[in-house]
Design a protein around this ligand. Structure first.
Ligand code: PLP
Length: 426
């Protein structure tokens, strides 16, 4: 069967190479030719437990027997309140949890909450956001306004809000990089920077530690920790986009709290929240935002039909319990070292690998554009039994984490095979 009427995301009209999936289990996608393909990108970064995990299936069956979803206005159930409590309790200073269906919507909600809380405090001019160059927070018009990657936003420039972008971010290769611990942060510079704009700014938004769409760039922990402290001095909210990294991907529940060492004013989770099964996203806020609404007895108008979807909430509850009870998070931290060694070894073997980096269950290699044809990577990878997507000249992996320790040697062979067959263009 050929693909006739479905417009796939990120696909170009002239592309003729797509794969047809007929089933998926564990870390494998199975095609209509019965080929088994290792899902090395966790189906766009959202399947920490792989495909068809018993925990997820049983959660869905169990909830289906009762009900799937009901109107969330003036109505709630124990499953959703249980999940909200668990999410708030990841932190020490969080208060309320709001829900949507996808990551972009959660980001929009966090941005609107931050701004509306300013409006309620008679500060309507504080409408701007400070974002980072290389940032990706989704592809709706409002979230594209804080996107720091030109290719996503250039054709929509006329529709986007005007925000402020921080350039020259100190990137690192991993936790052993000297800049990870000390990036020569110029506190006076940043104090003046935030001081000059704080009358117009409501929040600083960033992806804690890893900028995924920018090519798995790893930001110095020292930089983010100190940036947050200075921004807060100027009463700027901190919105943390943990949609890709949160709830397991880096071996912790919250990257802000457990790696950088601070609690944001609003934090967004999606992808991993339901282990990539039923779509659900969330914004967890502290009292600096929720108390403003309490004070003004004001509703927050962002009401998705599927907000609080109970099927999704049941899965999320059980996934969070699993993160606490199993050794899955510890295993990610053990895997980090092995993934790092794997990419270092590959770099030693292939001269066209310019740089490598790894953190948690993410590893990336920067290939030399002048030497290899990066456009052939996807097709070549599929032929070799692995689903890999490159971001420009960055070849990365972000595999399911539940069995990662056991899979690394296999992944290394897959990557070696693909890299050995890359078309050399010089
Ligand atoms: C960091 C980050 N923020 C936001 C999003 C948007 O999430 P969604 O695709 O569910 O809208 C993504 C998706 O890749 C992401 O990686």
């Amino acid at each position: 069967m050929r693909l006739a009427h479905t417009w796939l995301p990120a696909d170009t009209p002239d592309n003729e190479f797509n794969i047809q999936i007929i089933s998926a289990h564990d870390s494998l996608l199975v095609t209509n030719n019965q080929q088994k393909i290792y899902d090395a990108v966790s189906s766009w970064w959202c399947k920490p437990l792989g495909h068809g995990h018993e925990l997820i299936k049983n959660s869905i069956y169990e909830q289906l027997d009762n009900f799937e979803h009901h109107i969330p206005a003036n109505a709630w159930n124990a499953v959703i309140e249980d999940l909200s409590t668990k999410l708030v309790n990841i932190f020490t200073q969080m208060d309320k949890t709001l829900y949507a269906s996808d990551g972009s919507s959660a980001i929009e909600m966090a941005m609107k909450l931050s701004y509306e809380s300013r409006v309620l405090q008679n500060q309507p001019k504080r409408s701007k956001f400070i974002a980072l160059s290389g940032a990706y927070h989704g592809e709706t018009i409002f979230t594209l306004g804080v996107c720091g990657i030109d290719s996503y936003k250039k054709n929509f420039a006329g529709l986007l809000t005007d925000n402020i972008f921080i350039e020259n971010i100190p990137y690192v290769t991993g936790r052993n990089d000297v800049l990870w611990h000390d990036c020569n942060f110029d506190e006076n510079y940043w104090d003046n920077y935030f001081g000059e704009v704080s009358d117009l700014v409501t929040a600083l938004i960033f992806e804690p530690i890893v900028q995924g769409a920018a090519g798995m760039k790893i930001i110095s922990k020292d930089f983010l920790a100190k940036l947050v402290i200075v921004a807060r001095r100027h009463d700027i909210h901190i919105i943390a986009d943990e949609i890709m990294v949160g709830l397991g991907r880096l071996g912790v529940l919250s990257v802000c709290k457990d790696i950088i060492g601070f609690e944001p004013d609003a934090v967004c989770f999606a992808k991993n929240l339901t282990a990539g099964s039923i779509p659900m996203s969330t914004v967890v806020v502290n009292k600096s935002i929720s108390n403003i609404y309490r004070l003004h007895k004001k509703a927050f108008h962002h009401s998705h039909t599927h907000s609080c979807n109970t099927l999704a909430a049941k899965v999320a509850n059980n996934y969070l319990d699993y993160l606490y009870k199993s050794d899955i998070l510890d295993n990610v931290l053990l895997a980090e070292k092995k993934l790092s060694e794997m990419v270092i070894n590959l770099q030693a073997k292939f001269s066209f690998i310019l740089n490598v980096r790894a953190i948690g269950s993410i590893a990336a290699m920067e290939l030399d554009y002048n030497t290899v044809d990066v456009n052939t990577i996807f097709k070549l990878a599929v032929k070799n039994g692995i689903y890999l997507r490159n971001i420009g000249n960055i070849l990365y992996i972000m595999p399911p984490i539940y069995n990662l320790l056991d899979e690394i040697s296999k992944i290394a062979v897959y990557l070696d095979n693909v890299l050995s067959k890359l078309k050399i263009t010089y």
